[in-house]
Ligand binder design. Structure first.
Ligand SMILES: Cc1cc2nc3c(=O)[nH]c(=O)nc-3n(C[C@H](O)[C@H](O)[C@H](O)COP(=O)(O)OP(=O)(O)OC[C@H]3O[C@@H](n4cnc5c(N)ncnc54)[C@H](O)[C@@H]3O)c2cc1C
Length: 471
């Protein structure tokens, strides 16, 4: 079997050699044509269609070590798949040896110490499910099917970010398999340089096998959900968004979006496919206070749908899942914003009115609060001046529509990037975004990241990521 090498060539692995790998793993090794191979090799974004030569489905730390050692011995290109949700498809590579972490999804909660240890193949929903048993939550993202590993190592933001910072700010430690195939701990006390790099520098320095998160008291009941109006109301609704968001306590996170109405049961049938403007709110504190704070949203104008209610926090975390299924074609453009001034809102609504697909959306996420309390160099995520995230989110079904949908996102971004802080989110970068965009995301951390890379992965074994060359 021909397998890609780290240096861009190919090596022919004999059946016996592949059997050696199979023999040292507890989890299965899949080749093209095997049952489960396609499920493992495919990622969330159908624009990415790559075929690794071998997929090793690790069952534990020892399997990951065996894969790294095997790859080193035979000079194989390695790729690592967490939740497979990276829009640029960084989890997969043609002809590589893929380590698929998706069988490693254990979560252990230490209630007395307010921490959870999660295996690196977990999806966000796995962590929420276990932590909510104790009325606790980790700071994670908005879609429960996203992988914790990619999200955390790129920064991570969600409904709790305004209270407790980037997801990576709340990490206590990680277990990591290094390029030498050794298990090490990365934390504030153990290998602090590695710990720093992993909280924003992606999978550049090793394969994370477990992440320890700080937990916070949240739920189980919170106030959250969506209120929608016809898009003709966008100017007034976006004004409301700005004034409420600017005054909101950290417990309340507000998101505004404009998109064609999905065929959801809470929206009137005659509106399906029509453009709507909506506010998504999550108040993670006392529900009574939450109800008081979201009242101006619920009573504003004449909404066509309102599902902003008391609900379980874990349900809130999965509220958007159905809008983001695996297997559609996706293309995003994103920027961090210092505010949502009227001029920006006007441009936002104008571009959203041109959306060419029923699945696309223009979105404003509010993130300001705790993240700005740390120093810029606390971790490579940086961007601690960001107050909102603009996400121009294109989604469609057929390759024939690629040009129209990519074109819409690029045009909207081309106009709206003038409102940016100058920074962007590493985890939202698409395949075609290169070094200048990585620089915009990681800012002043690039040099220090290259030094950490030189120490922990001088031969660049871990290169199927937003790659940082060793200094
Ligand atoms: C629908 C959707 C919703 C999203 N919502 C949010 C959100 O609310 N907040 C937010 O911050 N982000 C969000 N994101 C972005 C998300 O953080 C990134 O896509 C992230 O890369 C996903 O992680 P993953 O493990 O699923 O990715 P994968 O595609 O599996 O991996 C991404 C990168 O991480 C590396 N990697 C994965 N696992 C490991 C490991 N164990 N060790 C070392 N390297 C590893 C991979 O090699 C790859 O380079 C969302 C993405 C999608 C598609």
């Amino acid at each position: 079997m021909m397998v890609a090498t780290m240096t861009g060539g190919e090596v022919d692995l004999s059946r016996e050699t592949i059997d050696d790998l199979i023999a040292c793993l507890q989890g299965p090794v899949l080749c093209p044509g095997d049952v489960g191979y396609d499920e493992s090799r495919t990622v969330w974004n159908a624009m990415i269609d790559r075929r690794p030569a071998l997929v090793a489905r690790a069952l534990g730390v020892a399997d990951v070590i065996a894969c790294v050692s095997f790859a080193r011995e035979h000079d194989l290109l390695l790729c690592i798949k967490g939740g497979g949700h990276n829009i640029a498809g960084l989890a997969t590579a043609d002809d590589a040896l893929m380590i698929d972490m998706s069988l490693m999804r254990g979560v252990w909660v230490d209630k007395a110490r307010n921490l959870a240890r999660a295996q690196a193949g977990c999806l966000l929903g796995d962590v929420d499910r276990e932590t909510q048993v104790h009325g606790l939550a980790a700071v994670l993202g908005f879609v429960s099917l996203t992988g914790i590993a990619g999200l955390t190592m790129g920064g991570g933001f969600g409904y709790l970010t305004r209270r407790w910072g980037w997801t990576s700010d709340t990490v206590l430690g990680m277990d990591v398999i290094t390029a030498e195939g050794k298990l090490v701990r990365a934390s504030a006390d153990k290998n602090p340089d590695l710990f720093w790099g992993l909280r924003g520098g992606g999978g550049n320095f090793g394969i994370v096998t477990a992440i320890d998160y700080t937990l916070y008291p949240v739920g189980p009941e919170i106030v959250g959900g969506i209120v929608a109006w016809p898009a003709s109301e966008a100017p007034a609704v976006l004004d409301l968004y700005r004034s409420l968001a600017e005054a909101a306590p950290p417990e309340l996170t507000l998101v505004a979006f404009i998109r064609p109405a999905p065929p959801a049961p809470w929206l009137p049938k005659e509106m399906h496919g029509e453009s709507i403007v909506a506010l998504l709110a999550c108040h993670s504190g006392d529900p009574e206070e939450g109800e008081r704070l979201v009242e101006p949203i619920k009573s504003f104008g004449s909404p066509i749908g309102d599902v902003l209610v008391r609900r379980p926090y874990a349900q809130m975390q999965a509220l958007l899942d159905a809008t983001q299924p695996k297997g559609r074609r996706y293309y995003w453009k994103s920027e961090y914003l210092p505010g949502v001034e009227p001029e920006l809102c006007e441009a936002f609504a104008r571009h959203a009115s041109q959306i060419p697909s029923p699945h696309s959306a223009a979105i404003l996420f509010q993130i300001d609060g705790a993240l700005s309390k740390e120093d810029e160099d606390h971790s490579p995520v940086g961007n601690r001046d960001a107050r909102y995230v603009l996400n121009i989110s294109s989604a469609w079904e057929s390759s024939e529509d690629d040009d129209a949908n990519i074109g819409w996102a690029r045009e909207a971004w081309g106009d709206m990037k003038r409102f940016s802080t100058g920074g962007t989110y590493i985890n939202f970068l698409t395949e075609d975004e290169g070094p200048d965009r990585i620089e915009a995301a990681l800012g002043g951390s690039m040099r220090r990241l290259a030094e950490v890379k030189r120490k922990w992965d001088p031969e660049n074994v871990f290169r199927t990521n937003r790659n940082i060359e060793p200094a």
